[in-house]
Design a protein around this ligand. Sequence first.
Ligand code: UD1
Length: 419
Amino acid sequence: MKQIIIEGNKSLSGKIKIGGAKNSVVALIPAAILASGNVKITNVPNISDKDALIEILKLLNVKVKKQTGIIEIDSSEIKNNVIPENLSNKLRASYYFMGALLTKFKKVEMYFPGGCNIGSRPIDLHLKGFEALGATVKKEEEDSKYIIEANELKGANIFLDFASVGATINLMIAATMAKGKTKIMNAAREAEISNIADLLNNMGAKISGAGTEEITIIGVKRLHGGEIKVIPDRIEAGTYIIMGALLGKNLVIEGMIPEHNIVLLNKLQEMGVDFKLQNHKIILNKSKNLNPTNVRTVVYPGFPTDLGQPMAVLLTQAHGISLFEETIWENRMGHVKYLNKMGAKIEAERQHAKITGPTKLHGEQITATDLRAGAALVTAGLIAEGTTIINDAEHILRGYERIINKLSSVGANIRITEI
Ligand code: UD1
């Protein structure tokens, strides 16, 4: 088990550069196998979820060349369309191989995807979409194994009951070479979706409307190689912005796209956080009298669910009562118990929380229950008096590249050990 150890209450000053988006790269890698040529992905973050996908590529006999921040993928000798359980359930984004392998081989066999334990996380919208495109879905081994196949994929009109990020991307991938026209309605609009569409279009796909509620895909016969730069990670940026609001001394977060974090920045303004926006960077200072506010996570461009947990830590330092509601995931309060152990005053029930602040936090031994809960605990450890030890820190490394180096370089006393 990896543990992160933090001696808290140190100012943060200097610069943190934001890396490529986790939620983009985990879809770009599976999408790349559709090309008959070489695909180059740049600005690739160094996170363990990316490594898990590369492991799957190797199993499929796809050639992968890696340099710092760059991956080149050559699928000319791809020969496998079966992903075993231990790799399928290593991460959530393995589900993008369903769409990609179904397109490539007209058949895929894999298991239910893994990922953070933040709710039931069904994949019914993905499967219904594949069926609409002409595939049949068979479930085996107590519904944990999926065999999806089609004689031919055919364009269709697909209305998503919920604007699911994963289903939107997976169906966009599966429709790129389907015969005719596909429309995905009530599509998710997350910035990452346009990044994936850009790669597919660079490979010769005909996708329009990505980033809006209606995406149109005209099927093409073949996709060639291409190149894409991963967009900056808006969740990583948002997490460091929150840390800067708590501990910044002219802390500069650079290499981000401020429009992708507009809702967070609006909330911070409402709370009275001291920040200045300049092109692709933001400069933050610790703010003394934070106002409480209410936060409700919703689909993009609303307040991102993935920042809800770090945001809760900021709310513990506001003067008064803040109300928090999580509307996307049913089980995203794993951090609350540990924040309360550290001195916070949070009353949580299911998807609602009432946070009373300000409360002084103190170091404790606590556990990261999932990726973003882990980020919240790191944030709490940074402002706490004394030593915080975070168990199961592997969760955090899935999505925050070089977090220890980045925070140490701006003055945090933080280290990681393996026990
Ligand atoms: C993605 C992100 C994750 C983020 C989430 C919401 C990746 C790899 N992960 O996850 O960080 O928290 O978007 O912004 O990009 N749903 C169904 N049936 C489905 C699919 C989803 O009911 O087939 C429900 C889910 O249970 C959840 C909601 O839709 O309540 C949102 O899920 P979705 O947008 O699909 O999230 P992910 O793509 O898994």
